[in-house]
Design a protein. Structure first.
Length: 446
């Protein structure tokens, strides 16, 4: 979609008008997205939260909405578990030919967002879509107003379809839910805006893996939004793998809202893309929650990997644990910004955050900024960051036993990152990601 050349920072990427064929609530969401994205434009380095994210190419490229993809792809799409409920999205649209959901287990419903809207079965969408981000709270002595996300607003404006994953109250879904997003472009620059909504009702349980890949030979910009609602007492394990092609651009927003007594375990694994950024936010909207948000980031060549997390503890007795492991080689640049807000009423909060980065080459760069703001007086909270290189002693130990230097280095780098992947309880996903980590580190050729 072409846009007038404006000053970088004022440029926007879309301007979709209201549609008579869409319900009022959706037109309101789109109008809000147009207003926010039109006001904020494409951030420049002058914006504090975006100062390490180079977006000039995003602003100065004429992106066109990606057309529906092909019926088949020459290269196989990722598959973790043959027994999984498997859903494939191509250019943001549900592809029924490539999907293989099988007979859905009791209590699980999976549907196209477009189909839900056109059928009038949009009660879940109407009450949750676009409403899972951080919220101001009246119990806080100085309200935290969430930062508006210009690319999430763009997605609000432009998405045509998407996916709803609904787990009914008390349902225990045993099969893995596998969602594959494929960005397929032309030779012309293509814009893809995937949208996914996951709702786990009270007392339910499910495990999901969400994968992003690229097919095709043209420049692509993927701007996904994933929203997760974890109701009272529900338990959700959610793995997100971004493994797009080396030339792809990927700017994502991932928001979760937890209610009382719920458990949300998330893993953000970033391997692909030339420029990749994920903004993950979790709003703790009830007491006694358990939250995990871990990440593994591996960047080489000229890759730029940027991860921002925000965790809002707004109610008492919440436990959260966050550890990000980052690896930068060659001329890669990795960024981590982790914010934890402990609101005034969130007494008895136990929050731990750790960021550890490994530099493998003189030209690699790491920027780390952990942030902890506490407005309650009875909490246990820690945070910290370390940046280092491979230690000489373990490297010497491995080499003294006949291991070539490149292999010894790869083994140590793998061990550094793999302890995060070991926390994934979905065995086929964990094993596949460990193998992909080895491949990414190019063990055989380092």
């Amino acid at each position: 979609m072409s846009h007038d050349r404006k000053r970088y920072g004022d440029t926007t990427l879309g301007n979709q008008e209201p549609s008579a064929n869409e319900p009022a609530w959706l037109n309101e969401l789109r109008a809000s997205g147009r207003e926010v994205h039109g006001r904020l434009g494409i951030p420049t380095p002058r914006h504090e939260d975006w100062k390490y994210t180079p977006l000039r190419e995003v602003a100065e490229t004429d992106w066109s909405p990606a057309e529906p993809g092909p019926a088949l792809f020459e290269e196989p799409l990722p598959e973790f578990d043959s027994g999984a409920v498997r859903i494939v999205m191509v250019n943001g649209r549900l592809d029924r030919n490539l999907s293989n959901p099988g007979p859905l287990p009791g209590g699980l419903r999976i549907a196209s967002i477009r189909d839900e809207i056109h059928s009038g079965n949009d009660a879940v969408l109407r009450s949750t879509l676009g409403r899972t981000g951080p919220k101001p709270t009246q119990t806080f002595d100085r309200q935290i107003v969430p930062d508006e996300h210009t690319f999430a607003a763009l997605n609000d404006t432009l998405f045509e379809d998407g996916l709803v994953v609904y787990v009914a109250e008390g349902a225990k879904v045993d099969p893995l839910i596998e969602i594959v997003h494929v960005s397929h472009g032309g030779p012309e620059p293509s814009l893809v805006v995937p949208r996914i909504l996951i709702v786990a009702e009270a007392g339910s349980r499910c495990k999901l893996v969400e994968t992003y890949v690229t097919r095709g030979n043209g420049p692509s910009l993927t701007v996904p939004v994933t929203e997760v609602v974890v109701r009272t007492g529900a338990d959700v394990e959610h793995v997100r793998l971004q493994d797009e092609d080396a030339g792809a651009l990927h700017i994502a927003n991932w928001q979760t809202a937890q209610e009382s007594g719920s458990t949300y375990t998330s893993f953000n694994v970033c391997f692909g893309g030339r420029l990749a950024r994920v903004d993950q936010g979790i709003w703790i909207g009830g007491a006694g929650t358990r939250t995990r948000l871990d990440g593994v980031v591996v960047a080489n060549g000229d890759q730029h990997m940027d991860n921002h997390t925000r965790l809002d503890h707004a109610f008492p007795s919440g436990e959260s644990f966050e550890i990000y492991k980052q690896i930068a080689d060659d001329r890669a640049h990795v960024v981590f910004n982790g914010k934890i807000f402990v609101h005034q009423d969130a007494q008895k909060t136990d929050a731990k955050q750790t960021n550890q980065a490994l530099l493998l080459a003189p030209g690699a760069v790491v920027d780390s900024k952990p942030q902890l703001e506490i407005f309650a007086d009875d909490v246990k909270c820690t945070h910290g960051a370390t940046v280092g290189q491979l230690e000489d002693l373990p490297l010497f130990y491995l080499r003294s036993r006949g291991m070539p230097r490149n292999r010894a280095e790869a083994v140590l780098v793998y061990a550094f990152a793999a302890d995060v992947l070991e926390e994934i309880t979905i065995e086929p996903v964990r094993k596949a990601l460990e193998a992909r980590l080895f491949e990414k580190l190019a063990v055989a050729s380092r």
